[in-house]
Every structure is written in structure tokens, then in C-alpha cells.
Write a protein that binds this ligand. Structure first.
Ligand SMILES: Nc1ncnc2c1ncn2[C@@H]1O[C@H](COP(=O)(O)OP(=O)(O)O)[C@@H](O)[C@H]1O
Ligand SMILES: N[C@@H](CC(=O)OP(=O)(O)O)C(=O)O
Length: 426
């Protein structure tokens, strides 16, 4: 059994939906995949915008109508005939989301309310895909993943209940698959009380890995707008090269350092069960792409990773005392409590510095929590560069002419924090 994941770029317009049909119909007739789909194009960003307006009691009508119109335009192009059931299915979902919007309570429980609205993007896109494939004679069923993919109530970053999810999926999905492919959602899950959660932005790759793991799939393929896993993001770096195959560990590390082509949590469940992960181009489905699997290879070409919009936080003891384990423990507790992820850290005699995502609310909360004990300096917006498998030429090429605020190197990995420059691609 195969799991296919199509991201936002693969469902951004009517032509993209037709392309998915072409890819799926090229599979052998007996092959019935689980198809995990993200929200169309940049819908999640658009929904976030609508939610923020509603949350602060501002007028969201225009932003909402734009999002609605985007979906309706694509649907009208895919289903020109009058009275197709997709129209009613979409209308019901729009109505549900409009009611959700009307009942948003301002200024409280941001994360929980966020999940109830933002999850709508994946419900809409999966409904459109299901109806479109059916209209083309491709046998499939729409599956609401929320009763199967169980998480706790950590809103916006639901933690998967692996035991329950595996038991549910392994019991209920194989019989459904006998009747055709399953079209389901990435990014979302459900709690034991039936509330919707999301798994973290760009989490659909991870959803697909959860399905693959729980169903012991033969492989997972994530379809992207790039030819495979490259040694850098081609939007940011010139002269990229494609890896033909790469070991799980390399891919896990690249994703961890910020190679945004694969969500960081995706590879680990696959590695546990030795399920190969294919990264392929939906524009050139016949080309080989990259396979991430249990392979052995020599040191691979250096890869370049950039994390933008970073904040460098430095905590200094107020009495010039040394930074002790007790201080570190206090700082880590605050970072963990406010869910601010450490991307790089370094300590010196009387200070501790860490590079984190410049999430304004979370950074402010940490600063507030630690202001009494430490003198806190911060610097943003910054860039965090990582070179994996670096050598002298790659290191010189990337650091040349930059003012480095913090750097760290191990035998394989070189990282540094610097001020942003405008020249992309590098
Ligand atoms: N190492 C890399 N190799 C390939 N693409 C990369 C890499 N790092 C970042 N990217 C970016 O990832 C994008 C595809 O991922 P993403 O936007 O998450 O796709 P989708 O949302 O459609 O699943 C590419 O367009 C590319 O700009
Ligand atoms: N739609 C969600 C989940 C996701 O993974 O999307 P994509 O596959 O387009 O990155 C987001 O934008 O965060």
C-alpha cells in the first residue's frame, strides 16, 4: 500500500487538481493509495489572517470572501455542470466555518479557537479532490481523518497518541481501501472529546508519515514543485544539486536545521519502520526524485540551509556571577513552558545566548518570565545559516562579507547567525 502526499502547491488551481488525477491514474489499477492533501495554495495563511481579525474583533468579511472566492473559482472550473454535489458539500463547509467565525470569543484561548477554524482549509481541499477524482471515474472515498488521527489537546501542535491512532487506522482503513483510494487531510487531527487539533504549520508531511507508519505502507511519496531533495532551497541558493538517495539520518538532520521541503517530524516514524520516503516532482512525475531510505553512502555534497526571521536572546547574570546549571535550568524551563524552540545555543562565563524563531508573543513571554533574574539582550530579525557536511570552500563562500554574531561548528556542521542581506539567491 502506498501513501501519497500532495501539498498546497499541488492543489493551488484547477490545473493542479487535473495533474493529481493524471498521477493517480498512472498507478496500476489494483493500487489504491491513501492520499493526504494540504490546503489549497496559501489558504492556511489566508485563514490565519481571517482568524486574527476575528480574534481582535476587526472586520474579517473581505479576507473571508477572498478565501471563499478562491475556492469557488477553482470549483467552477473543475465542475462546470450545474448541480454537482461538490457545490453543496462546499457550501456546508463554508457555513460551518462561518458559524465558527461568528462564535469566536475575542482575546481568549487563541490556540484552541485557531485550530477549529484553520483546519477548514484541508477539509475543503480534500472534498474538492474527492469529488473531482470521482467525476473522472477514479474510485475513491473521502475520509475525515480526525476520528483516526488522535492527538492530545496541545492546540496548534497536537501530540499524537500513537497507540490509539495505529490501532484505529490499522483496524478501520484497510477494509475501506478495498473499495478504492482514500482521500484525506494533512495537518489536522482530533482529540478524545472530538475537538479538532492541528499538528503545527507545514505539518501535512508529518500526517502522511503517520498514515504510512500506522498502515505499514510500502512507501510514502511527497509530491513537490522541486525535482527532489536538493542540497539547498533553489529559491534562496543558486546551482543546487539533487541527491538521488540519502540516508534517513541525513534527511532528519537537514529537516531539523530548517530544510523546509520536509517537515522535521516526518522522517523519524518512517525510519523506525524502514519505509522509504520519495520526494518527487509533481511537474515531472516520471523523473526519479530523491529516495530517503536505509542506505549507506559516503559523505554527501554540502547542503546549505537558511532559517530566516530569527531572534538572538542573551541572558546575563545581573551580579556578574557565573552562569550555573541552576540558571540554565531556569532558562530552559521558561523556553519550554512558552514553547520557544532553541535553534542554536552557546554559553559563556556570565551569559547564555540562544537563537530562536522570532515569534513575537513567545519571545515577549520568555523575556517577561526571566526579566527579574537576568539582564536580557535581544537582536532581531536575524538569519541562521547551517552548512551540513561543510568544507573550506563552502564555508568561505557563505560567510564571505557577513558580520557573524554567533557561530558554532562540529565536525560535520557549521552554523552561524548574522544580519539579513537582501541578495537572493546566494
Ligand atoms: N533542500 C531543499 N530541496 C528542495 N526544496 C527545498 C529545499 N529546502 C527548501 N525547499 C523549498 O521547499 C519547497 C517545497 O516545499 P513546500 O513549499 O513545503 O511544498 P508543499 O507545501 O507543496 O508541500 C520548494 O519549492 C523549495 O523552495
Ligand atoms: N496547510 C498547512 C499544512 C501543510 O503542510 O501545508 P503544505 O503541505 O502546503 O506545506 C500549512 O500551510 O501549514
Amino acid at each position: 500500500m502506498l501513501v501519497y502526499k500532495f501539498g498546497g502547491a499541488s492543489v493551488k488551481d484547477a490545473a493542479a487538481f487535473r495533474n493529481i488525477f493524471r498521477i493517480l491514474s498512472s498507478l496500476p489499477a489494483q493500487e489504491k493509495p491513501v492520499v493526504v492533501v494540504s490546503a489549497m495554495g496559501k489558504t492556511t495563511n489566508a485563514l490565519e489572517q481571517v482568524f486574527k481579525l476575528a480574534f481582535q474583533e476587526s472586520d474579517y468579511t473581505e479576507a473571508w470572501q477572498q478565501m471563499r472566492q478562491y475556492h469557488q473559482t477553482v470549483v467552477q472550473e473543475l465542475f462546470p455542470e450545474f448541480g454537482h454535489p461538490v457545490h453543496q458539500a462546499l457550501e456546508e463547509q463554508f457555513r460551518f466555518l462561518e458559524n465558527t467565525l461568528k462564535t469566536i470569543r475575542p482575546q481568549v484561548q487563541y490556540d484552541e479557537q485557531y485550530d477549529q477554524l484553520i483546519s477548514g482549509g484541508e477539509i475543503l481541499s480534500s472534498l474538492i479532490l474527492h469529488h473531482f477524482l470521482s467525476s473522472q471515474g477514479y474510485q475513491n472515498q473521502w475520509l475525515d481523518c480526525r476520528p483516526y488521527l488522535r492527538t492530545d489537546a496541545t492546540w496548534r501542535e497536537g501530540r499524537v497518541d500513537w497507540e490509539y491512532t495505529q490501532q484505529q487506522m490499522a483496524t478501520h482503513l484497510p477494509p475501506l481501501l478495498e473499495n478504492g483510494a482514500l482521500i484525506t487531510q494533512g495537518f489536522i487531527g482530533g482529540t478524545s472529546t472530538g475537538r479538532t487539533t492541528t499538528l503545527g504549520r507545514e505539518g501535512s508531511d508529518f500526517s502522511a508519515a503517520i498514515f504510512a507508519y500506522c498502515l505499514k505502507a510500502e512507501s510514502l511519496t511527497i509530491w513537490k514543485d522541486v525535482p527532489g531533495l536538493l542540497n539547498a532551497d533553489p529559491k534562496l541558493f543558486r546551482d543546487t544539486i539533487r541527491y538521488e538517495e540519502i540516508a534517513y539520518q541525513e534527511a532528519i538532520e537537514m529537516a531539523y536545521y530548517g530544510a523546509s521541503v520536509i517537515h522535521p517530524k516526518t522522517v523519524q516514524p518512517l525510519a523506525q519502520q524502514c519505509i522509504p520516503l520519495h520526494v518527487k516532482s509533481f511537474l515531472h512525475p516520471d523523473q526519479p526524485g530523491t529516495v530517503i531510505w536505509n542506505c549507506q553512502h559516503d559523505r554527501i555534497a554540502p547542503s546549505f540551509i537558511l532559517k530566516q526571521n530569527q531572534c538572538l536572546l542573551s541572558f546575563h547574570t545581573k551580579d556578574f556571577g557565573f552562569i550555573t546549571e541552576q540558571h540554565l535550568s531556569t532558562i530552559f524551563q521558561a523556553l519550554s513552558h512558552h514553547r520557544l524552540k532553541i535553534n542554536l545555543m552557546q554559553n559563556s562565563a556570565i551569559s547564555f545566548s540562544t537563537c530562536v524563531d522570532a515569534d513575537e508573543a513567545r519571545v515577549e513571554a520568555v523575556k517577561e518570565a526571566l526579566a527579574q533574574e537576568f539582564l536580557i539582550l535581544y537582536n532581531q530579525p536575524l538569519h541562521l545559516y547551517t552548512i551540513k557536511n561543510y568544507d573550506q570552500p563552502s564555508l568561505e563562500k557563505l560567510t564571505h562579507g557577513r558580520e557573524i554574531l554567533l557561530e558554532q561548528r562540529s565536525r560535520q556542521t557549521f552554523q552561524f547567525v548574522c544580519r539579513p542581506t537582501q541578495e537572493f539567491p546566494h
